[in-house]
Design a protein around this ligand. Structure first.
Ligand code: SAH
Ligand code: SF4
Length: 352
């Protein structure tokens, strides 16, 4: 069995040629897949029945996810869904919308790349559930298309894509990059590469490899602390990549790709949010050009708390006074467990 959503357009061309069909059939097939989002081969009505039958009998399939639960935030801007994969495992995907006036909303999809995660970050619900398996490219693509189809019904479309759901994208490098190539290919989903961001806990080898790809995607590194001692408390597996290495990786990524790296910093009450730690971070980043995204932590079942607002703005002020570019990202939809891994934890725990 091969899912057509695992294939790059050049690979689809080859299948079509091997079926002795003209090349325009490949374009027709791709248009169908990425504009109509069929859930199985028999739903692809615009393809001649004969070709559909050959696809079917040759073991080609489409569709690897099924929605089993959906929650929408009170303001309607954040929708989180729980998807069931073919083997019964559950993953989360989130849609975050931002409307400015009456214009078309920015619609960002946050995808998962693994079922669970091996990194074990102490404040992260996914990190606390352990690791089950890597997702295949088609399972990553299917998350985006699932929301694309929902948005299409409302006359809207996907504008941005972030790899910030469950799992560590660079620990599932090949399938993640394949999904990026499919989703950004002009003959497939056609999302602009500049509208895609991969977030990593800081896997050095993966960051170096990514900088050498011919891609124009954004990179975010989850830093969370200005020194290794504190960082390793929050990310027990951070061992091989030091804060120093990560900061130099931001520079080399910028040099190679022209894209500035974002540093993510989850602010946790009494752990990494003091003015002294802010000053240490400011010293580290002065003149670096990186952008810091401060994320007040979304409390999971662990013992971490979100700092008071005054403490957050004080942290921000210390960075800004040293000319370190930073913004506070107020997590939207916290009442619907929007932090990565939380919905799955809530649902499976309440199901007993
Ligand atoms: N594994 C990757 C990408 C997925 S996590 C990474 O760690 O970067 C995406 C972002 O959500 C990371 O910056 C992560 O630190 C953050 N995150 C995880 N749990 C969180 C929580 N409870 N509150 C706020 N941010 C959280
Ligand atoms: Fe994995 Fe990212 Fe969660 Fe850490 S924060 S456990 S790397 S998903």
């Amino acid at each position: 069995m091969t899912d057509l959503y695992s294939m790059l357009p050049e690979e689809v061309d080859k299948i079509v040629t091997s079926m002795n069909q003209p090349r325009y059939r490949a374009d027709q097939l791709l248009r169908m897949l990425y504009r109509e989002f069929p859930k199985d081969v028999s739903a692809m009505r615009q393809i001649p029945a004969e070709m559909r039958n050959v696809l079917y009998s040759s073991g080609y399939t489409v569709g690897s996810v099924n929605e089993i639960h959906r929650v929408t935030s009170k303001d309607g801007q954040t929708t989180k869904i729980l998807l069931k994969l073919c083997d019964g495992t559950l993953i989360e995907t989130v849609l975050m919308q931002y409307r400015k006036g009456t214009s078309h909303p920015r619609s960002t999809i946050c995808v998962s790349t693994q079922v669970g995660c091996q990194m074990g970050c102490t404040f992260c619900a996914t990190g606390q559930m352990g690791f089950e398996r890597n997702l295949k490219a088609e399972e990553i693509v299917a998350q985006v298309l699932h929301f694309a189809s929902i948005l299409q019904e409302r006359g809207e479309h996907v504008t941005n894509l972030v790899f910030m759901g469950m799992g560590e994208p660079l620990a599932n490098y090949a399938e993640t990059i394949r999904a990026v190539r499919i989703l950004t290919h002009a003959r497939a989903f056609g999302l602009g590469q500049r509208h895609v961001t991969i977030s990593t806990v800081g896997i050095m080898k993966g960051i170096d490899r990514l900088a050498d790809e011919d891609l124009q995607i954004g990179l975010a590194i989850s830093l969370h602390a200005p020194n290794d001692k504190l960082r390793r408390k929050l990310i027990p597996t951070a061992g091989p990549s030091s804060v120093k290495d990560l900061i130099s990786a931001t520079r080399s990524y910028f040099k190679k790709t022209g894209r500035r790296v974002t540093l993510e910093y989850a602010l946790i009450d009494g752990v990494n949010d003091s003015p002294e730690i802010a000053a240490e971070l400011a010293m580290l980043l002065k003149g670096n050009g990186a952008h810091v995204n401060l994320i007040p932590v979304n409390p999971t079942s662990g013992s971490f708390k979100r700092p008071r607002w005054k403490r957050i703005t004080e942290f921000e002020r210390v960075l800004q006074e040293s000319d370190v570019n930073c913004t506070v990202r107020v997590e939207k939809g916290s009442e619907i467990s929007a932090a990565c891994g939380q919905l799955r934890t809530d649902i499976t725990e309440s199901a007993g």
